[in-house]
Design a protein around this ligand. Structure first.
Ligand SMILES: C[S@@+](CC[C@H](N)C(=O)[O-])C[C@H]1O[C@@H](n2cnc3c(N)ncnc32)[C@H](O)[C@@H]1O
Length: 268
């Protein structure tokens, strides 16, 4: 399971958030803006991917602060580390590590941030408890989840899933999304894992695509790739043709509207 996750994001890493679609970038910047980081602070970014949260966080804390990004996928880490070095960010470290149980000293961070990753972990409740221990007293956890996907995205994924082998059709996603299904369940999670000053809010993001081909390239560049890869090769042309038919119902302007949930809690 862990190896499957790392493999999926390893194969996505080269194009993840790098194909000219404003999706993860604006969501990551907004998480950092809402986290209210200050110069000199120490930040852990779990599941850092290609740095949608990491780079804005590095800018916010400045060179007197520090940011550690961890990710399970070695290719994500290698590429993000190279981007950080190319940008001359000496206060940024990127390492391969498991966000389920980050191997880092307790009471170290002013902020732990997790952009669109907690629902992918095998045991999110344990992970959230662990992040609380990594925070200094008064430190803040901030994470994002998907509150609602665009109906066009959901319908396209459902159409693609029809081409999966019979036994895989029921659960096209493999995550723990149910725990984070509502604003209330998210608040309850933060309460039961020991956080205080809890705040959960939502914001809407609009992403634009040049055309259906651009949308498909985008789908291969992130977690949706997991579904595409499971479609048997001989079924793939029919699956893509069906998905194209769905996407073309959008007409000339192909966009997605995604609602993202922002959750914060403080270690007392
Ligand atoms: C949807 S991406 C989000 C990346 C980035 N935070 C962003 O906002 O664009 C999820 C990332 O979490 C990583 N990931 C998934 N499970 C993980 C785990 N157990 N430990 C560390 N990273 C993990 C994946 O490799 C991937 O890079």
């Amino acid at each position: 399971m862990k190896a499957d996750m790392a493999g999926l994001f390893d194969r996505s890493a080269a194009t993840y958030d790098r194909i000219g679609v404003e999706f993860f970038g604006p969501m990551g910047r907004e998480l950092v803006r809402r986290a209210g980081l200050r110069p000199g602070q120490s930040v852990l970014d779990v599941g850092c991917g290609r740095g949608a949260v990491l780079f804005p966080a590095a800018e916010a804390v400045g060179t007197t602060g520090s940011v550690i990004g961890i990710d399970l996928a070695p290719a994500m880490v290698e590429l993000t580390r190279a981007d950080a070095a190319a940008a001359g960010l000496g206060h940024v470290r990127v390492e391969v590590a498991d966000a389920q149980t980050p191997p880092l000293p307790e009471a170290t961070f002013d902020a732990v941030l997790a952009g669109l990753v907690v629902f992918l972990l095998p045991a999110p409740i344990d992970a959230l408890r662990g992040y609380r221990r990594l925070l200094r007293p008064g430190g803040r956890l901030g994470f994002t989840t998907f509150a609602a996907h665009d109906p066009l995205f959901t319908e396209t994924m459902r159409t693609l899933a029809q081409h999966l082998p019979e036994e895989q059709r029921q659960s096209p996603t493999a995550g723990q999304e149910d725990l984070f299904a509502t604003r209330k369940s998210t608040m309850t999670l933060l309460e039961t894992t020991g956080y205080q000053d809890i705040a959960v809010d939502e914001a809407t993001f609009r992403s634009r695509f040049r055309d259906v081909e651009h949308w498909m390239t985008w789908a291969w560049s992130h977690g949706a790739r997991g579904l595409l890869e499971r479609i048997p090769t001989d079924r793939l042309p029919a699956a893509l043709a069906d998905a194209t038919r769905v996407l073309k119902t959008a007409g000339e302007e192909l966009t997605l509207t995604t609602i993202v949930r922002f959750a914060f809690g403080v270690r007392a």
